[in-house]
Design a protein around this ligand. Structure first.
Ligand code: GLN
Length: 311
């Protein structure tokens, strides 16, 4: 049958997929109308080790929009491009304890952290300060280096968010008021909406996560995408804030730096070990993927992956 000769990891991912695919709880994101068109049955898992082995199951090649998962990688790019001091002058690193789209800023009028919308819009602003009109191409190129292939944009999702994204517009104007954004609010928002509409697969997310796990070297292409220092900073904010107001529960239960998005993607990276990418568009009340969360919890428990339980 061949089943018994499969590596235990592949077998475990297949059994997770089998077990959790019948869970139809959660909802599709609908505040971006185009996201309602997602297929709720889609479910893909991919895991990439730092020596470049790829394990996949289900819809691991199905494209979906990266949404907030982009925030981790654009933050890494911002650190690389403008340096730690400039980033720190614009964006905090405290968990907000609030939903991803909260408009509240810190007492000194900065976004709480780069993993929520306000902080991510500020990050896109930093890249816009350096690159102007070329900022989006810089982002697309860098995310492509993380994924190991050129990434495209879903124009329909981009248009849909542009048409409905007034809450993010309000956040951006508030940031402009406090000079976190120094110019071009509309241009910065367009960069942010476009970066959220970049198309990825669960496999892409796993390679991107594995690049973080591998000190910034993409384990499939061998390219050094960012420095180990930038990786450590990025994994830090993913640990404290990557799952929004579920970040505390997440790090307690799963124990891996992670980032989710309303397209249904989750990335999780275990340093020096592996990257995981999951895709299932049904979301819970924190806007995290229901099945993705279950996969991460089960995998962490089965293989003892909690980062504070290293031997
Ligand atoms: N583009 C989405 C927004 O700004 C991203 C949010 C998310 O994935 N949590 O609302």
């Amino acid at each position: 049958t061949g089943y018994g000769t499969e590596p235990p990891l592949q077998r475990f991912l297949a059994s997770c997929h089998q077990e959790f695919k019948s869970d139809n709880s959660g909802e599709l994101a609908d505040y971006i109308p185009e996201l309602k068109r997602a297929n709720p049955a889609h479910f893909g898992i991919s895991l990439v080790t730092i020596d470049g082995h790829v394990y996949e199951v289900g819809d691991s090649a199905a494209p979906f929009t990266i949404q907030s998962v982009s925030k981790a990688f654009v933050f890494a790019l911002a650190l690389d491009l403008v340096g730690e001091a400039r980033v720190a002058s614009a964006i905090g690193v405290e968990p907000s304890g609030e939903a991803f789209n909260s408009i509240r800023l810190t007492n000194d009028n900065k976004p709480f952290n780069p993993m929520v919308n306000a902080g991510a819009i500020a990050c896109s602003g930093l890249i816009h300060e350096v690159d102007g009109r070329a900022a989006f191409e810089r982002i697309r190129d860098k995310l492509g280096q993380f994924a190991g292939r050129e990434l495209d944009v879903d124009d329909a999702v981009h248009a849909s968010e542009t048409a409905t994204g007034n809450r993010n517009r309000a956040i951006a104007w508030l940031l402009r008021n406090y000079l976190v954004l120094q110019d071009g609010v509309d241009a910065v928002l367009d960069i942010y909406f476009r970066q959220c509409a970049i198309l990825v697969t669960a496999r892409d997310l796993a390679v991107m996560a594995a690049t973080l796990a591998n000190r910034g070297v993409n384990p499939v292409t061998g390219v050094q995408v960012v420095t180990p220092h930038v990786v450590a900073r990025t994994l830090s904010v993913m640990t404290s804030s990557g799952m929004y107001d579920y970040a505390g529960e997440w790090i307690y239960r799963v124990g891996m730096p992670a980032k989710s998005g309303v397209g249904g993607g989750i990335v999780a990276a275990l340093p020096s070990q592996l990257g995981l990418g999951t895709f299932s568009p049904l979301l819970d009340g924190h806007f995290n993927s229901v099945r993705g969360l279950k996969v991460c919890e089960a995998l962490s428990a089965r293989f003892d992956l909690h980062m504070l339980n290293r031997s």
